[in-house]
Design a protein around this ligand. Structure first.
Ligand code: ADP
Ligand code: MG
Length: 338
């Protein structure tokens, strides 16, 4: 199979016994449990011999006694969250195939600062930024970036610890909030405009979604609780949509990702796209974005879960000799002509 082809499975028995690993110990545990329960029900409804497993230690115990043939990873986040390369390394070492990105793509995508460095090196557009290690001079960093800016933890998700900062008086509080989460912080230019996200399934890029939160930005509440966030899909039209999708796939490839994922983008008022981050095990709750994009492409939730599970036959599947080389093509700018 080439890396560009879908590995089609028709018979659920061909997946063998599947562990749907969810929950875990990251700050996104509850979101992951919600995602995982939905995935589990969908796979079971399609006849897959799927079982819930909570967290990495329980999964490794089960694998040691040979209970599962493959893993559907729907853990979110780092530190036991299963989205940061640690689980992927353990599964590689155990020769157990799994969904989604491998060690490198997972680890790199979890770190927003390093993701941005890779994109910059390939000429892909991402907001100007300053890494903020603990104890950094935040006022000096803010002077360098200029207001308005965003402060966020470099390695979290679900918008936890993210603040918009419009002047110097709001800076300390933003830093204090982000500091409550482990790891370094990141300060970047706040892009005012439209928030878009692009889902990737295998080598297919699904229609973008334009997110219109009622709140000021797409915070935790707008993501998982509020019923008044609007989702427009496709988010753009014609050439603008096509070039956004192409950019998302370039960004995904640049980080060595594969299988499936979601690329978050801000589009400024001049129509320029700016890459924020890649999610390698994106949410699959009833509010989540990948299921909405899949539905717009005619792929229902059960079929989506099936196709994600098929990605476990991808480049890092046990016994596979395939490897992926990130696309070296670069763009010098995203231009104003979209
Ligand atoms: N540079 C930015 N400009 C404008 N809004 C931003 C920027 N960075 C983050 N945001 C807002 O914060 C949200 C969360 O940021 P993101 O970088 O996607 O981290 P995560 O989703 O992992 O928490 C985004 O969905 C967006 O609403
Ligand atoms: Mg995001």
């Amino acid at each position: 199979m080439s890396a560009t082809q879908r590995h089609r499975i028709d018979n659920p028995a061909d997946f063998g016994r599947v562990a749907v690993v969810m929950g875990g110990s990251s700050t996104e545990r509850s979101v992951s449990l919600d995602s995982g329960r939905n995935v589990l029900a969908a796979l079971q409804a399609r006849g897959v011999d799927a079982h819930a497993v909570d967290g990495i230690p329980a999964l490794l115990d089960a694998l040691r006694v040979g209970r599962f043939a493959r893993v559907f990873n729907i853990l979110h986040g780092q530190h036991g969250g299963g989205e940061d390369g640690v689980l992927q390394g353990a599964l590689e070492a155990s020769n157990v195939p799994y969904t989604g990105s491998g060690v490198l793509g997972s680890a790199l995508s979890m770190d927003k600062t390093r993701s941005k460095r890779v994109w910059q090196s390939q000429g892909l557009p991402t907001p100007a930024f300053m890494p903020l290690p603990r104890g950094a001079d935040v006022q000096a960093a803010a002077q360098a970036i200029g207001f308005p800016l965003i402060v966020k933890p470099a390695c979290e998700g679900s918008s936890v610890g993210v603040s918009r900062v419009f002047d110097a008086s709001q800076l300390d509080q933003a830093v204090q909030l982000a500091t409550q989460y482990p790891g370094d912080l990141l300060m970047e230019t706040l892009i005012e405009g439209a928030e878009l996200t692009v889902s990737i399934l295998g080598r297919d890029v699904l229609p973008s979604i334009h997110i219109v939160p009622k709140a000021q930005f797409y915070d935790f509440n707008a993501k998982y609780v509020a019923e008044d966030t609007q989702y427009l899909c496709p988010g753009l039209e014609g050439e603008a949509e096509a070039s956004l999708r192409a950019l998302a796939l370039q960004a995904f490839d640049a980080l060595g990702c594969n299988g499936w994922g979601r690329v978050d983008v801000m589009r400024d008022r001049q129509g320029r796209n700016w890459l924020l981050e890649v999610n390698t095990a994106p949410g699959m709750t009833s509010h989540s974005l990948v299921p909405k994009a899949a539905a717009a492409a005619g792929i229902d939730y059960q079929e989506l879960c099936w196709r994600v599970l098929e990605t476990s036959f991808g480049p890092h599947a046990a016994g596979s000799s395939e490897s992926r080389i990130p696309n070296p093509k670069s763009r010098d700018s995203n231009g104003g002509a979209q």
